[in-house]
Design a protein. Structure first.
Length: 164
């Protein structure tokens, strides 16, 4: 019997332009392939506390022109998260919640620190896809023959041209 694939999406780090557009694009593409999509609130904290909601067509329909992220964001690190006044390693809890929700992959939108945290989850065996975004303009993506300048992360162009 064929089981529906299930992906989760979260945003972490600082807020930046383009996050909702990226969430919508990933969500619509996944739904178009017959996948189930869940959004995790407030970055890695939402995954640690299992705070999620379905990202169905209705949830994605009106977010394209809304600034920020409908998921919320956070700067928590999975391995050093403040819980009830105590710093705890929530990595194993995140791994458990990933399994409990029967996720096949997790799409994480974030900057440099978020990518380091995502790597920790990959090292624990989770299937992670990262989408780079930065308002610090500190993520360089490699150039190719087709694109000698290299791809730019979400929000990096806004940073370069709007903040002076």
């Amino acid at each position: 019997m064929h089981q529906t694939k299930h992906i989760g999406i979260l945003t972490a780090g600082g807020d930046s332009p383009g996050l909702n557009a990226a969430i919508r694009s990933v969500g619509k593409a996944a739904l178009g392939c017959g996948m189930q999509v869940s959004g995790f609130r407030d970055g890695f904290r939402g995954l640690a506390h299992n705070r999620h909601f379905p990202l169905d067509k209705a949830a994605l329909a009106s977010i394209l022109t809304v600034g920020g992220t409908i998921l919320g964001t956070g700067r928590d690190k999975p391995h050093r998260m403040e819980i009830e006044g105590e710093t705890r390693d929530m990595t194993d809890v995140i791994v458990e919640n990933y399994a409990e929700n029967k996720l096949d992959a997790l799409v994480i939108l974030g900057g440099g620190g978020t990518h380091k945290n995502a790597l920790r989850l990959v090292e624990k065996g989770l299937n992670i896809i990262t989408l780079p975004k930065t308002i610090d303009n500190d993520l360089a993506l490699p150039a190719t023959r087709r694109d000698p300048i290299g791809q730019r992360p979400l929000a990096s162009d806004t940073t370069r041209h709007e903040v002076r």
